[in-house]
Design a protein around this ligand. Structure first.
Ligand code: ZN
Length: 161
C-alpha cells in the first residue's frame, strides 16, 4: 500500500504541471502526417479549443502515424500532444480503450473502465489534475473524442457539447 505524504503529493503535482506546460509549449506530433487515412475535427465551444486530428491507420488497424493541428488552451494542446505520443504505434482497439478509460476517469464516471492489459496510464495521469477544475475537463477530453470519431470513421466534427 502506497501512502504519499503531503510533500510528495505536492511534488507530484508540480511534476505534472511541468509536464502539461512542456507539452503545451512544444506539442509532439504537431502537423499533418504525409499519409492520412482517418481524420476528425474536434471543437470545444466553451473554451474555443479547435483541433484537426490526422491518422494513418494500416489495414490491420495499427496506427502507423498520427498528427494534429489546431489552436486552444494549454490543457487541450497538452492533452492532444500526450494523446498522440501515447497512441502512436498502437492498435486502434487499444487506443480506443485508452480513450474510453481516460474520458471516464476525467469526467468522474462511475464506470471508469479498464486500461487495456499490459498498459498503464503513465504520463496521462498528469491530465487527471483537471478533475479539480470542472470547466477544463472538456479541454482535456476533446482530443480523445476526436480520436474516437476519427477511428470510427464518423465524419461529423467531434464536439464536447
Ligand atoms: Zn480549453
Amino acid at each position: 500500500m502506497m501512502t504519499d505524504s503531503k510533500a510528495d503529493t505536492n511534488e507530484l503535482r508540480d511534476l505534472y504541471r511541468e509536464l502539461i506546460l512542456d507539452h503545451a509549449r512544444s506539442p509532439r506530433h504537431f502537423g499533418r502526417p504525409p499519409t492520412v487515412t482517418h481524420s476528425a475535427d474536434g471543437i470545444n465551444p466553451l473554451c474555443g479549443d479547435k483541433l484537426h486530428l490526422y491518422l494513418e491507420v494500416a489495414d490491420g488497424g495499427h496506427i502507423d502515424d498520427i498528427g494534429f493541428e489546431g489552436t486552444g488552451c494549454a490543457i487541450s494542446m497538452a492533452s492532444a500532444s500526450l494523446m498522440t505520443e501515447t497512441v502512436a504505434g498502437m492498435d486502434s482497439s487499444t487506443a480506443l480503450g485508452y480513450s474510453a478509460t481516460l474520458t471516464a476517469r476525467l469526467t468522474g464516471s462511475e464506470n471508469a473502465g479498464e486500461i487495456p492489459a499490459g498498459f498503464s496510464l503513465g504520463k496521462l495521469r498528469a491530465l487527471e489534475g483537471v478533475r479539480e477544475f470542472p470547466s477544463r475537463v472538456k479541454c482535456a477530453t476533446l482530443p480523445w473524442h476526436a480520436l474516437r470519431a476519427a477511428l470510427s470513421a464518423d465524419t461529423r466534427p467531434a464536439s464536447t457539447e
